[in-house]
Ligand binder design. Sequence first.
Ligand SMILES: Nc1nc2c(ncn2[C@@H]2O[C@H](COP(=O)(O)OP(=O)(O)OP(=O)(O)O)[C@@H](O)[C@H]2O)c(=O)[nH]1
Ligand SMILES: [Mg+2]
Length: 496
Amino acid sequence: MVGDAHRVFLPDLGPRRAGAARFRGVRLLLTSLRPEGLTEDDLTDLALLQLDAVATVQVLDDGLPGGLQVATLLPPGTDAIHRIETIPSVHQWDEDWAASIADLEAQFARAPQLQRVEGCERAILVAVTTGDAEDARRGLRELGRLADTAGLEVADRVLQRRRKLDGRTVVGQGKLQDLIVRSMHLGVEVLIFDRELSPSQLRNIAQTTELKVLDRTQLILDIFAQHAKTREGKLQVELAQLRYRMPRLAIMPTAMSRLTGGIGGRGPGETKLEINRRRAQERVTRLERQLRQLSRSRTTRRSRRERSGIPVVSIVGYTNAGKSTLLNRMTRSEVIAEDQLFATLDPTTRRMRFPEQRELVLTDTVGFIEDLPKTLVAAFKSTLEELEEADLLLHVLDASDPDVAHHLDAVQGVLAELGLEHTPQILVWNKADATDPVVLRELLQGPTGPAIDHIAVSAISGEGLDALVDRIERQLFRRGAAQAHRQADSDRVESA
Ligand SMILES: Nc1nc2c(ncn2[C@@H]2O[C@H](COP(=O)(O)OP(=O)(O)OP(=O)(O)O)[C@@H](O)[C@H]2O)c(=O)[nH]1
Ligand SMILES: [Mg+2]
């Protein structure tokens, strides 16, 4: 190739060779009329294109070749990304390239960082922020838990602060280069971004890095796909996935094909995600129709319940706060409760009986998360609408989580978006057993918003649950009366 005074344009070198630690099999040899040797741009190409080597040949005044500078990538365990070697004359350059590249690839492959958990994809988490670094760190922590739940192995976390996001690739070119080299060093095949990427950003990053690129929304959708159990839940997840993918199908066929396997490409249950655009549109229409039908029968069920006048108490809260554990404990049932995000997707309803023919309906539902993806909210509309019938919300919080204050705000935000800010609420500081007593006291003294009752409990040990039931009774059946007729816990709590 012949360049101009500033640059050389490289042709498309085709796809990278298979395997985590293979180079491209291309060595770039440059001559330059300027004496500067390898430039930053050359070194960027070395990493971005995973070249075997980049070398510059000095051109002497008489036009004959002089010395050489050769750069190669360094294997893991070294601090630097590349090694630069200076050779005084081209005539002394007798490197056996086939052997030294094979050797370098072997060093990459042997690195202990590359020994992987069987069947687990490895990922680097990337957070980019223009604002508060602490927020970004919290975002990374949560992304790590999401990745964990989705079954990915997190190899590294990267946080970049920028004055302005790069419109094309979110992070800058330098950081992308760094990510590629890290991914080679750590045997990583997936990059996960802590924000929703636009279709073109997704494509640009995937093309530049040749890695699988996921964003937070895809990760959450993937977890939902794995956890949906009921027919309605599965339909809702599939609809959300299709709505997320459709705008991304037309412009990124190659980048998308990377996304169709493994994490980020799973459909709910055995359903295979349809990626053909026209068929996808038909499927969306079908799903919407089926969900409308299901929602109608749900409304019928609900109005029957309303006529019967039984009060409804809905358990809401951030994901993993302990909502299902609380429902189980209070009603002696066995809803799946796990240390996973979004373990519950499908609403569960249980009856609790009190003396004097009093009873109530307790419901457990999908957990919330900060910046809940819009496609999900839309798809889970009918599930979330169930909350409208609640006479009382039990807002469960994980008091032992250092980010609990943010979770509180995030959940109140979602509730307000759903128009539920005026439904009576009891804040339930759960996991009291695992919380530092000083922290717990501070939480109980802290501001919770106007007229919101709050209480500390442990759904696991049962501590505080009697008092909670008292408060619920008081809120629903008026003060005083309930107290007098209470019996022992064992007679009262009963599942139906
Ligand atoms: N130490 C302690 N752990 C608890 C308590 N309550 C729940 N957990 C644990 O917290 C984790 C999440 O509990 P779940 O009941 O599944 O939480 P959830 O709010 O239903 O979560 P999602 O359905 O995933 O949104 C589980 O590992 C529970 O064992 C508690 O009072 N103390
Ligand atoms: Mg749950």
